[in-house]
Ligand binder design. Sequence first.
Ligand SMILES: Nc1ncnc2c1ncn2[C@@H]1O[C@H](COP(=O)(O)OP(=O)(O)OP(=O)(O)O)[C@@H](O)[C@H]1O
Ligand SMILES: [Mg+2]
Length: 220
Amino acid sequence: MIIVFASSKGGVGKSTSCAALGSYLASRGNRVHVMDLDQNQTLAVWSERGKVENLEVAAVPPEQFSEHFRTVAQNAFDHVFIDLAGVREITLMKAIGKADLVVIPAQHSEPDVRQALTIVSDIKDIEETLGREVPYRVLFTKVRPLKTRLDQFIEEELGREQIARFDTVLVDRISYKEMFLNGVPPHRKEPERGAGLELAGLAREIDAILGADSKLQAVG
Ligand SMILES: Nc1ncnc2c1ncn2[C@@H]1O[C@H](COP(=O)(O)OP(=O)(O)OP(=O)(O)O)[C@@H](O)[C@H]1O
Ligand SMILES: [Mg+2]
């Protein structure tokens, strides 16, 4: 399964959700390859901090996207995760074209929702060109534990625009931040609560979206 983490905005939580979900699935026995397309190499640096079994990260310069993707496709990975830079450029379009699922992280804010709409409209264009559906979901990240009226309004706005979203949200948690400091995957820090529960919920939803042939390991 090829899962692309895309947004046209920086700092919305692409790398965090990619690394957290990737390491969660790897811990369930899935072989995960992460293509880090970000110039800052956030995930390549992270993976050096603490190795995660079954998960490998490759820093891929944008101009090598297609070549790297071809090589990876020949290997028996259960999942290829693609973490993109927060800009709307050609690599983002190429990655969407390969995706089984596009995850669009966004915070509960008007600019984030607007950028999510832009990506969804790009996905629609690419679907037309490819002649196939490209499933996507908005993933709310850095969510405040207590929902405010603004959060509610933003969620309703997404509904009005008929934009699909995950029911699962990633709450603003220290375990997601610490991952980049000490390399410890969030689900390992909080296996039965917090991040662990969120990532399990996300994996279940993805499994349902991708259908019966998905190789995601069911959560025990
Ligand atoms: N659920 C969360 N809880 C707490 N902090 C978070 C969460 N998600 C992201 N962050 C923090 O927000 C910042 C930006 O996150 P991240 O690097 O994942 O965003 P990004 O979309 O990949 O950014 P860029 O476009 O620059 O690559 C980081 O400091 C990260 O630790
Ligand atoms: Mg990033």
